[in-house]
Design a protein around this ligand. Structure first.
Ligand SMILES: *Cc1c(COP(=O)(O)O)cnc(C)c1O
Length: 369
């Protein structure tokens, strides 16, 4: 069918390249991958298969249904950990599907242990080292360890996790604080469970330095081309290219407006291109009047408010003989329009832009480097 759909190309070779790149930088043993929220909106099946064939064997998702989707793809071949843990009453379901919960509170931990009734099952524990999101307090964790010292019958947790609040800001004082608290907890945990693996680093923490690496890494966004907290010289490839097709162009006079609310006013005569793709496709309204697209070597600013199904670009800079024709495409995300920069212009982050990309887009997986 021929229609004015945005085209979303997802480059699986770039995902593979990015994972291998991170694994090279990582000094620990096991570089995993975070694939929650449908692999940051890019599609579980192709992304997970790509990462698996690159050698990734530890996957992190947010909840049970995401874990079940992954189990269908991977069977027993890889570890799948559920970051939000096991909700009350779901213990048997986790056990029967061999899904590993990341236990995030003392209550959840007690319920899990009671449900095991002596059976062996994998689980991980997450502690709070300063972000105050999910995780046992250090006190609760140490108390639990101390109480175990006498019992010693519990199966060992496979991993101890914590999550960084400010890893994308190298030099933030909380980075050291969290690392120190985590290292202390790892030492205490190892005195009871010598083989427990320690996992602290998300993508950005890998670039804070080796003291943040520990045994099991959990990168997400950098795999998908997001550069928040990633130094410029690191060779990550853009994964997503979003191009929007021109529906029509029009010439407007100086002083005329563009779009809902007339928020853009032309300061000169100009030519604008109206393209298919709006906030229903994930071109969020915060990109209005701030995003910059790319067409045939020219930067083309997005002008006026993004509508549900369309938006407009100022293509005045494009020479007459290159003017966009119906169906030609303007790049909004891709090699010339970095997803993290585009997100920053809208005062958000690449994570949000990626996970909002809409169902209506024509989605294609490509493999090229
Ligand atoms: C989402 C998430 C990650 C991945 O973080 P990125 O910044 O995308 O690399 C790692 N750990 C936890 C607990 C998460 O929730």
């Amino acid at each position: 069918m021929h229609q004015f759909s945005g085209l979303l190309e997802i480059n699986l070779s770039a995902i593979q390249h990015n994972w291998l790149q991170l694994r090279q930088i990582y000094s620990g043993q096991d570089c995993g991958a975070v694939v929650k929220a449908n692999a940051y909106g890019l599609g579980y099946a192709p992304v997970v298969q790509t990462l698996f064939s690159a050698g990734c064997r530890s996957f992190f998702v947010a909840n049970l249904s995401e874990a079940m989707d992954l189990k269908k793809l991977l069977g027993e071949a890889a570890e799948v950990m559920v970051l939000q843990g096991c909700p009350s009453g779901m213990e048997e379901t986790f056990l029967s599907h061999k899904v590993t919960p990341v236990i995030v509170s003392r209550e959840m931990l007690d319920r899990w242990m009671a449900a095991l009734q002596g059976r062996v099952a994998k689980y991980a524990i997450k502690i709070n080292t300063g972000m105050n999101r999910l995780g046992l307090s250090l006190n609760d964790f140490f108390q639990w360890l101390d109480a175990l010292g006498e019992v010693k019958s519990s199966p060992p947790p496979i991993a101890l996790l914590s999550h960084m609040a400010c890893a994308d800001e190298a030099g933030h004082p909380l980075n050291d604080t969290q690392r120190e608290r985590f290292a202390l907890a790892v030492d205490r945990a190892r005195s009871v469970f010598p083989k427990i693996r320690a996992s602290l680093a998300n993508s950005a923490a890998l670039f804070l330095g080796e003291p943040w690496h520990f045994d099991l890494a959990r990168p997400g966004i950098a795999l998908y081309g997001g550069r928040e907290g990633v130094p410029e010289h690191i060779d990550l490839r853009p994964v997503v290219t979003l191009t929007l097709p021109v529906i029509q162009t029009r010439d407007i006079k100086r002083g005329e407006n563009v779009g809902y609310g007339a928020t853009f006013q032309a300061d000169r005569d100009m030519r604008i291109a109206l393209v298919g793709g709006g906030y229903a496709d994930g071109v969020i309204r915060a990109l209005s009047n701030v995003a910059v697209g790319f067409f045939k070597g020219h930067k083309v600013p997005l002008v006026g408010r993004v509508s549900m199904d369309s938006c407009a670009f100022d293509v005045s800079a494009v020479s007459d003989y290159e003017q966009p024709l119906e169906g030609e495409r303007i790049e909004l995300l891709g090699p010339h329009c970095d997803v993290s920069m585009q997100a920053a212009s809208a005062e958000t982050i690449s994570y949000e832009l990626l996970t909002r990309l809409g169902e209506r887009l024509d989605k294609r997986y490509v493999e090229r480097l």
